[in-house]
Design a protein around this ligand. Structure first.
Ligand SMILES: Cc1cc2nc3c(=O)[nH]c(=O)nc-3n(C[C@H](O)[C@H](O)[C@H](O)COP(=O)(O)O)c2cc1C
Length: 218
């Protein structure tokens, strides 16, 4: 059983990557030797967004249902489509997932999306998915500004294409710099952030482990 985590933060050891590793650890603890896990860092890949070439929708074409673009993403798309489960992790940038994750989503999902009344999916199999979002804003503010509703749009496409409703974990009020005194950021108190992290981040890590375990158990 292959379970992948895709880190869509440019930082390989910070909030998002840490939570993803916990999700994979939770999956491994739940599934033992039957589970193979891998943490993939999306910023190591060189790729573009969908180019709207429509080869994937061309009737009778040899690329029907597949992305024709040949870049670093091609083998990754294949791998993710054959997985038992994929956890997508992203920092929130301007209220959305990072541009890199957005490009991956376009390339992964569009070839499997059929423009037809009954909307079948061309995905080769069902895949369990989950999203881990990390962000500066506290939970109350996140709801006030409507992040969950906005992010839910892509979660809905994942459900439609891969046949399972994604699990979702939000990690709020994350620490952004190791030393706040070195940066221009009067909006945030480094001490308050550190206190919040000490109390809440271990809980977020536990929730990530539970999320990983549920991907196996489900
Ligand atoms: C370009 C950029 C835009 C950001 N925009 C937001 C935002 O709109 N809302 C928010 O809550 N945090 C925002 N953040 C903060 C990150 O989402 C937050 O620090 C996140 O936990 C970073 O994840 P990482 O530590 O895994 O890199 C932004 C950070 C960057 C670099």
């Amino acid at each position: 059983m292959d379970i992948y985590a895709v880190n869509a933060s440019p930082r390989k050891k910070w909030n998002t990557a840490t939570l993803l590793q916990h999700a994979l650890d939770g999956a491994k603890a739940a599934g033992g030797d039957a589970v193979r896990t891998e943490l993939l860092h999306l910023y190591e890949y060189s790729f573009t967004s969908c180019k709207s070439c429509f080869h994937c929708k061309r009737l009778g074409g040899k690329h029907y249902g597949k992305c024709v673009l040949r870049d670093d993403l091609a083998p990754l798309l294949e791998k993710l489509s054959q997985a038992h489960a994929v956890v997508f992790g992203s920092p929130i940038y301007f209220g959305e997932v990072t541009g890199m994750l957005r490009c991956l989503e376009e390339r992964l999902l569009f070839p499997y999306l059929v423009y037809a009344q009954d909307s079948p999916s061309l995905a080769p199999k069902t895949v369990r998915t989950a999203f881990v979002y990390t962000m500066n804003v506290p939970a109350e503010r996140m709801h006030e500004v409507g992040y969950p509703a906005r992010l839910n749009m892509m979660e809905g496409y994942m459900t439609r294409i891969f046949g399972h409703t994604p699990q979702v974990l939000y990690a709020n009020n994350t620490v952004q710099f190791s030393d706040y005194s070195k940066y221009k950021c009067e909006m945030f108190s480094g001490e308050a952030k550190a206190r919040y992290r000490e109390e809440h981040f271990p809980q977020d890590c536990r929730k990530a482990e539970e999320l990983g375990a549920a991907l196996v158990a489900g």
